[in-house]
Ligand binder design. Structure first.
Ligand code: FPP
Length: 228
């Protein structure tokens, strides 16, 4: 049985779900946030140590302003309403991605959430916000160069947003789309990938458990061969 420490998720399909139900993409994001909360709670029950969720990519700025503003205000409201609850459940929150384009209220809310929950150890939930893997890798190279460090694997990893976080064991992408969309390209070298047809708001705990059970049975070789 494979140990499971880290699950990463591309929560795709909110927009399509919202359009189908109410002709409104943002309704899909609201429901998507509810699914996110259920999956965080279930991950705690499953004793998963790290959960990384792709909330907003460096490419998502190409969407209409109304949708971008809605997503950030959803996050702001969520943090305001739920941060104490999350803290009481000993959840550690970390935001990965570039803060350069984020507005000051988002920056202060996410920094405060990180500070408050820094010492919690029930689960670490990484929210990828304004995240792009190519930028992340490029920035790491730049820092190595600036600090006069040797170009080694460990120096590269120590300058990624995911410094000190183990690589994901599982990557899930919902929404019946089979691509990685610039998400954790370095970190998923040996990750088991599961593509799910369902749109993210329809994804549930049973779907999650099914993936976990299948993962546990996989013969992970990490490039080696082994006798079974
Ligand atoms: C992808 O679906 C989803 C997103 C870009 C946003 C994910 C956000 C949430 C789950 C809500 C929580 C929000 C925050 C900021 C924490 P899509 O919109 O690309 O769906 P589509 O492929 O159907 O268009």
């Amino acid at each position: 049985m494979n140990p499971l420490n880290h699950v990463a998720i591309i929560m795709d399909g909110n927009g399509r779900w919202g359009l189908k139900k109410r002709n409104n993409r943002n309704y899909g994001h609201t429901q998507g946030l509810k699914t996110l909360e259920k999956i965080v709670n279930h991950s705690i029950e499953k004793k998963i140590q790290y959960l990384t969720l792709f909330a907003f990519s460096t490419e998502n700025w190409k969407r209409p302003n109304s949708e971008i503003n809605f997503l950030f205000s959803l996050l702001n409201k969520f943090l305001k309403k739920k941060i104490k609850y999350l803290h009481n459940k000993h959840i550690k929150l970390k935001f990965i991605g570039s803060r350069k384009k984020l507005n000051s209220s988002i920056i202060s809310n996410i920094s405060n959430a990180e500070k408050l929950t820094k010492k919690n150890n029930q689960i670490q939930v990484n929210i990828a916000l304004n995240y792009g893997s190519r930028d992340e890798i490029l920035e790491s190279f730049k820092k190595i160069k600036k600090n006069g460090l040797n170009l080694t694997k460990s120096n590269l990893e120590n300058n990624l947003y995911t410094k000190k976080i183990p690589d994901p064991d599982i990557l899930i992408r919902t929404g019946n789309t089979h691509r990685l969309s610039n998400f954790m390209l370095w970190q998923i070298a040996y990750t088991e990938i599961f593509f799910v047809e369902k749109l993210w708001p329809d994804f549930n705990i049973r779907d999650f458990d099914k993936i976990i059970n299948n993962f546990k049975k996989i013969n992970r070789r990490f490039g080696a061969i082994n006798e079974e």
